[in-house]
Design a protein around this ligand. Structure first.
Ligand SMILES: [Zn+2]
Length: 245
């Protein structure tokens, strides 16, 4: 019924059967699984055979942007061999020590690969919206994707939507004090929204699981005064726009 459009199932592999059953019982039966670094690419690719996995993404997250050698060649090979694999998660993070120039160069090169192979991307954005928007525009990237764990303003979201991106709303909504996220859940155009957990992260002690998408969906449905069924149908429609058939 619902899809968790950002869950690190490969990091949960040791208790996957339990986690999938729990998600299924909560009405969460779809999953989009991103990678973060070359070390986890094969594990993420293997998630393709897990029931309910709608897409997997392979890429280099800005947190791991240093000392990765010639990762681009391997990424290109994976994209050639797997025509439905997305690129992600990639992006920019203003709160980490890795210099912006290094992050940007790695982000740009991965966008160009995604463009070359016509794949959506999953973006990690921490206080970097303007630079991300500029980069996407400059490189004329038009394959869209998801800006995950969105925490910016409605104005920023609308710029990203215009560039072909869906806005991933997620675990921030489980915190009643996350005002911006709650405002986004009410005000963003519903046809450009997706729900996600970023599990196992974003909750204390890595306890987050995809089943929490059911809670997030309840919060969104309630704040928008729509039924869970209508919400599920719209979200599915949104995801289908991105999936490669
Ligand atoms: Zn993530």
């Amino acid at each position: 019924m619902f899809t968790d459009t950002h869950c690190h199932l490969a990091d949960l592999a040791f208790r996957l059967p339990e986690i999938l059953t729990q998600a299924h019982d909560a009405g969460v039966s779809g999953f989009v699984v991103p990678a973060t670094q070359p070390n986890d690419w094969q594990a993420v690719l293997s998630m393709n055979s897990v029931t309910g996995v709608r897409a997997v993404a392979v890429g280099l997250h800005p947190w791991f942007a240093e000392n990765q050698g010639d990762f681009l060649a391997d990424l290109a090979t994976i994209l050639v061999e797997n025509p439905r694999v997305w690129v992600g998660e990639i992006g920019l993070d203003a709160l980490i020590q890795i210099p912006k120039e290094i992050q940007l160069s790695i982000f740009e090169r991965q966008i160009l690969l995604a463009k070359q192979f016509n794949r959506p991307i999953i973006i990690h954005n921490v206080r970097s919206t303007a630079l991300i928007v500029n980069t996407i525009k400059q490189l004329k990237f038009e394959c869209g994707g998801i800006v995950h764990a969105f925490s910016g303003s409605i104005e920023e979201a609308n710029i990203l939507i215009k560039l072909g991106f869906k806005i991933g709303l997620g675990s921030l909504l489980l915190n009643p004090n996350a005002k911006k996220a709650h405002r986004a859940a009410i005000e963003l155009p519903l046809e450009h929204v997706l729900l996600e957990t970023d599990s196992p992260y974003m909750q204390p002690n890595h306890t987050n699981t995809p089943a929490n998408v059911a809670k997030i969906a309840q919060i969104v449905a309630k704040s928008r005064q729509i039924s869970l069924m209508d919400l599920a149908m719209q979200l599915e429609q949104n995801l289908l726009e991105l999936l490669i058939d």
